[in-house]
Design a protein around this ligand. Sequence first.
Ligand code: NAP
Length: 212
Amino acid sequence: MATVGILGAGNVGLALGARAAAANCAVRFGVRDVAAVRAELPATLAAAFVGAPADAVRDADIVLLAVPAAAALAVLGAAGDLTGKTVVDATNPLRWEAGPVWNPPHEGSMAAAIAAAFPGVTVVKGFNHFGAEIQADPGMAHGAAEALFAGDDADAKARAITLAQAMGFAARDAGPLRNAAALEQLAVLWIHLATVGGAGRQIAFRIEGRAS
Ligand SMILES: NC(=O)c1ccc[n+]([C@@H]2O[C@H](COP(=O)([O-])OP(=O)(O)OC[C@H]3O[C@@H](n4cnc5c(N)ncnc54)[C@H](OP(=O)(O)O)[C@@H]3O)[C@@H](O)[C@H]2O)c1
Protein backbone atom coordinates (compact mmCIF):
# COMPACT_ATOMS: atom_id res chain seq x y z
CA MET A 1 0.00 0.00 0.00
CA ALA A 2 0.88 3.64 -0.09
CA THR A 3 3.35 5.58 2.00
CA VAL A 4 1.33 8.26 3.78
CA GLY A 5 3.04 11.35 5.16
CA ILE A 6 1.03 13.12 7.84
CA LEU A 7 1.87 16.65 8.95
CA GLY A 8 0.56 17.00 12.49
CA ALA A 9 -0.05 14.31 15.09
CA GLY A 10 -3.00 15.69 17.03
CA ASN A 11 -6.59 14.45 16.98
CA VAL A 12 -6.79 14.30 13.21
CA GLY A 13 -3.27 13.15 12.40
CA LEU A 14 -3.41 10.26 14.86
CA ALA A 15 -6.92 9.21 13.85
CA LEU A 16 -6.20 9.17 10.13
CA GLY A 17 -2.76 7.68 10.74
CA ALA A 18 -4.24 4.76 12.64
CA ARG A 19 -6.71 4.09 9.81
CA ALA A 20 -3.91 4.26 7.25
CA ALA A 21 -1.73 1.91 9.33
CA ALA A 22 -4.65 -0.52 9.63
CA ALA A 23 -4.88 -0.41 5.83
CA ASN A 24 -1.22 -1.53 5.68
CA CYS A 25 0.09 1.85 4.62
CA ALA A 26 3.49 3.02 5.79
CA VAL A 27 2.71 6.01 8.02
CA ARG A 28 5.22 8.83 8.45
CA PHE A 29 4.43 11.67 10.85
CA GLY A 30 6.08 15.05 10.41
CA VAL A 31 5.99 17.01 13.68
CA ARG A 32 7.87 19.72 15.54
CA ASP A 33 8.39 17.81 18.82
CA VAL A 34 9.50 14.37 17.70
CA ALA A 35 10.27 12.98 21.17
CA ALA A 36 6.93 14.05 22.64
CA VAL A 37 4.92 12.56 19.80
CA ARG A 38 6.92 9.34 19.78
CA ALA A 39 6.39 8.93 23.53
CA GLU A 40 2.62 9.26 23.18
CA LEU A 41 2.04 7.14 20.08
CA PRO A 42 -0.66 4.49 20.57
CA ALA A 43 0.20 0.84 19.97
CA THR A 44 -1.70 0.89 16.67
CA LEU A 45 0.94 3.30 15.37
CA ALA A 46 3.99 1.63 16.89
CA ALA A 47 5.50 1.03 13.44
CA ALA A 48 5.00 4.62 12.29
CA PHE A 49 7.93 6.92 11.52
CA VAL A 50 8.02 10.15 13.53
CA GLY A 51 10.42 12.85 12.47
CA ALA A 52 10.92 16.25 10.91
CA PRO A 53 8.29 17.26 8.34
CA ALA A 54 10.72 17.09 5.40
CA ASP A 55 11.80 13.55 6.35
CA ALA A 56 8.19 12.47 6.77
CA VAL A 57 6.98 13.59 3.37
CA ARG A 58 10.04 13.12 1.13
CA ASP A 59 9.08 9.62 -0.03
CA ALA A 60 5.36 9.85 0.66
CA ASP A 61 2.90 8.95 -2.09
CA ILE A 62 0.35 11.23 -0.48
CA VAL A 63 0.53 13.84 2.29
CA LEU A 64 -2.26 14.53 4.78
CA LEU A 65 -2.23 18.02 6.29
CA ALA A 66 -3.56 17.89 9.86
CA VAL A 67 -2.46 21.10 11.60
CA PRO A 68 -4.41 24.24 12.54
CA ALA A 69 -5.33 26.23 9.45
CA ALA A 70 -3.37 29.21 10.79
CA ALA A 71 -0.21 27.08 10.74
CA ALA A 72 -0.83 25.32 7.41
CA LEU A 73 1.31 27.47 5.13
CA ALA A 74 4.23 27.62 7.56
CA VAL A 75 4.16 23.86 8.15
CA LEU A 76 4.10 23.11 4.41
CA GLY A 77 6.84 25.68 3.87
CA ALA A 78 9.02 23.83 6.38
CA ALA A 79 8.41 20.44 4.76
CA GLY A 80 11.05 20.76 2.05
CA ASP A 81 10.47 20.44 -1.67
CA LEU A 82 6.87 19.32 -2.16
CA THR A 83 6.91 19.64 -5.94
CA GLY A 84 4.72 16.96 -7.48
CA LYS A 85 3.21 15.88 -4.16
CA THR A 86 -0.48 15.36 -3.53
CA VAL A 87 -1.49 17.15 -0.32
CA VAL A 88 -4.88 16.34 1.16
CA ASP A 89 -5.88 19.38 3.18
CA ALA A 90 -7.97 18.42 6.21
CA THR A 91 -7.76 21.85 7.86
CA ASN A 92 -10.69 24.09 8.68
CA PRO A 93 -10.18 27.86 8.92
CA LEU A 94 -12.65 28.78 11.65
CA ARG A 95 -13.32 31.15 14.48
CA TRP A 96 -15.87 30.73 17.26
CA GLU A 97 -18.82 33.07 17.93
CA ALA A 98 -21.19 31.02 20.08
CA GLY A 99 -20.63 28.39 17.40
CA PRO A 100 -18.26 27.79 14.50
CA VAL A 101 -17.84 30.50 11.85
CA TRP A 102 -16.01 29.91 8.57
CA ASN A 103 -13.02 32.25 8.39
CA PRO A 104 -11.32 31.59 5.05
CA PRO A 105 -8.27 33.38 3.70
CA HIS A 106 -8.79 35.80 0.81
CA GLU A 107 -8.08 33.10 -1.77
CA GLY A 108 -11.54 31.69 -0.97
CA SER A 109 -10.67 28.59 1.07
CA MET A 110 -7.69 27.23 2.98
CA ALA A 111 -7.15 24.72 0.20
CA ALA A 112 -7.08 27.50 -2.42
CA ALA A 113 -4.58 29.44 -0.31
CA ILE A 114 -2.32 26.38 -0.17
CA ALA A 115 -2.61 25.87 -3.92
CA ALA A 116 -1.70 29.53 -4.51
CA ALA A 117 1.28 29.44 -2.13
CA PHE A 118 2.64 26.10 -3.42
CA PRO A 119 2.00 25.95 -7.18
CA GLY A 120 4.04 22.72 -7.50
CA VAL A 121 1.72 20.92 -5.09
CA THR A 122 -1.51 19.24 -6.09
CA VAL A 123 -4.07 20.08 -3.44
CA VAL A 124 -7.10 17.97 -2.62
CA LYS A 125 -9.55 19.06 0.07
CA GLY A 126 -10.90 16.28 2.23
CA PHE A 127 -11.22 14.43 5.54
CA ASN A 128 -12.26 17.80 7.05
CA HIS A 129 -16.06 17.58 7.21
CA PHE A 130 -16.47 15.21 10.15
CA GLY A 131 -14.79 14.92 13.52
CA ALA A 132 -11.76 12.94 14.59
CA GLU A 133 -14.05 10.30 16.12
CA ILE A 134 -15.38 9.52 12.64
CA GLN A 135 -11.89 9.70 11.15
CA ALA A 136 -10.81 7.10 13.69
CA ASP A 137 -13.78 4.83 12.99
CA PRO A 138 -15.87 5.47 9.86
CA GLY A 139 -18.38 2.73 10.67
CA MET A 140 -21.84 4.35 10.90
CA ALA A 141 -25.32 2.93 11.43
CA HIS A 142 -26.04 2.57 7.70
CA GLY A 143 -22.58 1.95 6.26
CA ALA A 144 -19.25 3.70 6.09
CA ALA A 145 -19.03 7.46 6.57
CA GLU A 146 -18.75 9.31 3.27
CA ALA A 147 -15.54 11.23 2.69
CA LEU A 148 -15.82 13.93 0.02
CA PHE A 149 -12.78 15.11 -1.94
CA ALA A 150 -12.48 18.29 -4.01
CA GLY A 151 -9.56 19.05 -6.31
CA ASP A 152 -8.62 20.02 -9.84
CA ASP A 153 -6.26 17.12 -10.57
CA ALA A 154 -8.07 13.88 -11.38
CA ASP A 155 -5.10 11.62 -10.57
CA ALA A 156 -4.48 13.26 -7.21
CA LYS A 157 -8.15 13.05 -6.32
CA ALA A 158 -8.24 9.40 -7.36
CA ARG A 159 -5.22 8.78 -5.08
CA ALA A 160 -7.06 10.38 -2.15
CA ILE A 161 -10.24 8.43 -2.87
CA THR A 162 -8.37 5.13 -3.17
CA LEU A 163 -6.62 5.78 0.15
CA ALA A 164 -9.89 6.75 1.86
CA GLN A 165 -11.56 3.58 0.61
CA ALA A 166 -8.67 1.46 1.86
CA MET A 167 -9.07 3.22 5.23
CA GLY A 168 -12.71 2.13 5.38
CA PHE A 169 -14.54 5.24 4.18
CA ALA A 170 -17.05 5.51 1.38
CA ALA A 171 -15.32 8.11 -0.76
CA ARG A 172 -16.80 10.43 -3.35
CA ASP A 173 -15.48 12.97 -5.87
CA ALA A 174 -16.87 16.35 -4.80
CA GLY A 175 -15.72 18.28 -7.86
CA PRO A 176 -13.07 20.93 -8.48
CA LEU A 177 -10.89 22.67 -5.91
CA ARG A 178 -13.28 25.62 -5.83
CA ASN A 179 -15.64 23.25 -3.98
CA ALA A 180 -13.14 23.14 -1.11
CA ALA A 181 -15.03 26.20 0.14
CA ALA A 182 -18.20 24.10 0.29
CA LEU A 183 -16.38 21.32 2.17
CA GLU A 184 -15.00 23.83 4.67
CA GLN A 185 -18.52 25.17 5.17
CA LEU A 186 -19.79 21.61 5.52
CA ALA A 187 -17.36 21.30 8.41
CA VAL A 188 -18.91 24.39 9.99
CA LEU A 189 -22.31 22.72 9.75
CA TRP A 190 -20.94 19.45 11.20
CA ILE A 191 -19.31 21.24 14.13
CA HIS A 192 -22.45 23.28 14.77
CA LEU A 193 -24.67 20.19 14.77
CA ALA A 194 -22.21 18.18 16.86
CA THR A 195 -21.68 20.86 19.51
CA VAL A 196 -24.14 23.71 20.04
CA GLY A 197 -26.74 21.81 17.99
CA GLY A 198 -26.65 18.98 20.51
CA ALA A 199 -26.37 16.03 18.09
CA GLY A 200 -23.03 14.89 19.50
CA ARG A 201 -19.88 13.99 17.61
CA GLN A 202 -20.83 10.50 16.40
CA ILE A 203 -22.48 11.85 13.24
CA ALA A 204 -21.60 12.17 9.55
CA PHE A 205 -23.39 13.45 6.45
CA ARG A 206 -24.72 10.83 4.04
CA ILE A 207 -25.66 11.28 0.39
CA GLU A 208 -28.55 8.97 -0.26
CA GLY A 209 -30.38 7.96 -3.40
CA ARG A 210 -34.01 6.90 -3.65
CA ALA A 211 -34.97 3.28 -3.22
CA SER A 212 -35.32 1.94 -6.77
N1 NAP B 1 -10.47 17.72 15.64
C1 NAP B 1 -11.36 17.41 14.71
O1 NAP B 1 -12.37 16.72 15.00
C2 NAP B 1 -11.16 17.87 13.30
C3 NAP B 1 -11.93 17.30 12.26
C4 NAP B 1 -11.71 17.70 10.94
C5 NAP B 1 -10.74 18.66 10.65
N2 NAP B 1 -10.04 19.23 11.67
C6 NAP B 1 -9.00 20.20 11.33
O2 NAP B 1 -7.78 19.47 11.30
C7 NAP B 1 -6.70 20.28 11.76
C8 NAP B 1 -6.02 19.61 12.96
O3 NAP B 1 -6.98 19.49 14.00
P1 NAP B 1 -6.63 18.65 15.31
O4 NAP B 1 -7.89 18.55 16.07
O5 NAP B 1 -5.88 17.43 14.94
O6 NAP B 1 -5.66 19.67 16.06
P2 NAP B 1 -4.68 19.31 17.29
O7 NAP B 1 -5.16 18.10 18.01
O8 NAP B 1 -4.54 20.58 18.03
O9 NAP B 1 -3.30 18.93 16.58
C9 NAP B 1 -2.65 19.89 15.80
C10 NAP B 1 -1.32 19.36 15.31
O10 NAP B 1 -0.68 20.41 14.58
C11 NAP B 1 0.56 20.74 15.21
N3 NAP B 1 0.80 22.17 15.17
C12 NAP B 1 0.04 23.13 15.71
N4 NAP B 1 0.56 24.34 15.45
C13 NAP B 1 1.69 24.12 14.76
C14 NAP B 1 2.69 24.98 14.21
N5 NAP B 1 2.60 26.31 14.32
N6 NAP B 1 3.72 24.41 13.55
C15 NAP B 1 3.82 23.06 13.43
N7 NAP B 1 2.89 22.20 13.93
C16 NAP B 1 1.84 22.73 14.58
C17 NAP B 1 0.44 20.25 16.64
O11 NAP B 1 1.73 20.05 17.15
P3 NAP B 1 2.09 20.35 18.70
O12 NAP B 1 1.54 19.17 19.46
O13 NAP B 1 3.56 20.44 18.68
O14 NAP B 1 1.38 21.63 19.06
C18 NAP B 1 -0.35 18.97 16.44
O15 NAP B 1 0.48 17.93 15.99
C19 NAP B 1 -7.31 21.65 12.08
O16 NAP B 1 -7.15 22.48 10.95
C20 NAP B 1 -8.78 21.34 12.31
O17 NAP B 1 -9.61 22.44 12.00
C21 NAP B 1 -10.21 18.85 12.98
